[in-house]
Design a protein around this ligand. Structure first.
Ligand code: UGA
Length: 486
């Protein structure tokens, strides 16, 4: 089948490459000539693991091409996908649909009978009706259908999400177009992917509801993490404990510095705006947005408190800049809030990210960029893990301990091995963990009260420099009685 995808951004490129890998003949169209030239010369404008290889293979197999010419590309096409951006409207919170409508008008000019126009862009409910009206007005006699087929691709694992989806949602109210959509996705259905057929409006709502729900889950666990800190519980144990309940599920229960990226913040706001325009309150969604905003605003304070509330004149090393790992995307990245707050408090910021530094330069000022993680932390008064890149968990912390000025780490993603890092002599601050000083006090207390054995005893834990005095341990003992403590 011939598939034309309009918009060679993240969603368009990944979808185009994947449809071609399923055996369809795909043309990705974009009005940005520079981008199309880059793609035609073998380059890929975004970082997504595996995408360059997939594009290369399918170009070689003559199943994938790139063009700026929509009119020619639409000749003989079965599908025209709209995959352009829907950013937040300037000065508002609703999605800006200018590009979607412009593309719909352009498709209408060259569409042939039997074309299925599919919206993949994230759009508010009712957009399919508007797209249909635009095409119908322009071409009253054209035989076509307007379908909603939202994407559920996560940056960093988008190809796997496309090829092994939890579900494919096809929102279509026209039987012949539904049959065509079934043929398009037949290779995935044959591989057992659930294909869910819904009405068009339901599909549009599903996309926003899914993102809003995941955002709510993250905001929820972030607040539970704060609660865990206050009551000396470990949030990862809590997340595992509740996540084993199939009704809850363990995914997206990792606490952190607040969710970012181009989707959750924008889509939660847009959902709220659409609901408000229908005079419906979505209080839970509203709270999740407020909780995430507060978290991101407060994250600088949280970091500076780990460094003794004073970072003026200190050098803070930020490991990780992107909004999550395995992407170069800096949109709404929590690192932006952290760095702005630290700079405002007078800190010098040095940063390193495996993929995001080029993008970061467009967002940040007065940041010194390091060539690798070791170079970043050299002489630093504190280290912040802001993104969960695997390579940070694998660092040699003994080596790092020897080159930092002060051995304090704030792990905002809970990716570091506590034992490894503390053995190297670091004071480690995590999200939603019992304060290390309290844990250490609990462990150290029996030794403190016992006579020294083999000349050891009180010293080993105290080496962390964060052990509470015995009196504090006793205060803790009163709150949480520990067997063996007098
Ligand atoms: C999200 C959805 O997960 C995709 O299903 C959807 O297709 C996509 O938006 C979209 O609408 O296009 P994405 O923004 O790429 O994908 O990234 P996620 O992996 O969902 O992460 C979003 C944010 O939540 C990140 O800042 C991440 O660090 C944070 N997060 C995620 C947590 O803080 N904790 C978690 O447990 C999971």
């Amino acid at each position: 089948m011939k598939v034309v995808i309009v918009g060679s951004g993240y969603v368009g490129l990944v979808s185009g490459a994947c449809f071609s890998a399923l055996g369809h003949s795909v043309v990705c169209v974009d009005s940005n000539e520079q981008k199309i030239n880059l793609l035609n010369s073998g380059g890929v404008p975004i970082f997504e693991p595996g995408l360059d290889e997939l594009i290369k293979t399918n170009i070689e197999q003559n199943r994938l091409a790139f063009s700026t010419d929509l009119k020619t590309s639409l000749r003989g096409a079965d599908f025209a996908f709209i995959a352009v951006g829907t950013p937040t409207r300037q000065g508002g919170s609703e999605a800006d649909l200018t590009s979607v409508y412009a593309v719909a008008s352009e498709i209408a000019l060259s569409a042939e009978d039997g074309l299925v126009i599919v919206t993949k862009s994230t759009v508010p409910v009712g957009t399919g009706d508007a797209v249909e009206a635009i095409v119908r007005t322009s071409r009253p006699d054209l035989v076509f259908a307007a379908v909603s087929n939202p994407e559920f691709l996560k940056e960093g694992s988008a190809i796997d999400d496309f090829m092994n989806p939890d579900r494919v949602v096809v929102g279509c109210d026209v039987p012949w177009a539904t049959e065509k959509m079934k043929m398009l996705y037949e290779p995935l259905r044959a591989a057992d992917a659930p294909i869910i057929h819904t009405g068009r409006s339901a599909a549009e709502v599903i996309k926003y509801a899914a993102n809003a729900f995941l955002a709510i889950k993250i905001s929820f666990i972030n607040e539970i993490a704060d609660f865990c800190e206050a009551v000396s519980a470990d949030v990862s144990e809590v997340a595992n404990g509740i996540g084993h309940d199939k009704r809850i599920g363990r995914a997206f229960l990792n606490p952190g510095p607040g969710y970012g990226g181009s989707c959750f913040p924008k889509d939660s706001l847009a959902l709220l705006a659409t609901a408000q325009s229908h005079t419906v309150s979505l209080r839970v969604v509203e709270s999740s947005i407020a909780a995430n905003d507060a978290r991101k605003r407060g994250i600088g304070r949280r970091v500076s408190s780990a460094f003794g509330h004073s970072v003026r004149g200190k050098t803070i090393a930020i490991l990780g800049l992107t909004f999550k790992a395995n992407t170069d995307d800096m949109r709404e990245a929590p690192s932006l809030n952290i760095i702005a707050a630290l700079q405002k408090m007078g800190a010098r910021v040095r940063a390193y990210d495996p993929e995001g530094m080029e993008q970061a330069r467009h967002y940040l000022q007065n940041v010194e960029y390091a060539s690798d993680a070791y170079n970043c932390v050299e002489g630093a008064d504190g280290i912040v893990i802001a993104t969960e890149w695997k390579e940070f968990a694998a660092l040699d912390f003994m080596r790092i301990a020897a080159i930092v000025s002060h051995p304090v780490i704030v792990d905002l993603r809970n990716i570091l091995d506590v034992h490894k890092v503390e053995t190297a002599g670091f004071e480690l601050h995590r999200i939603g963990s019992p304060r290390r000083s309290e844990t250490a006090s609990i462990q150290a207390a029996p030794r403190l009260l016992r006579p020294k054995v083999n000349g050891q005893g009180e010293h080993s834990s105290a080496a962390h420099g964060s052990i509470r005095p015995v009196s504090n341990s006793l205060a803790l003992q009163n709150r949480y009685p520990i067997k063996g403590l007098a």
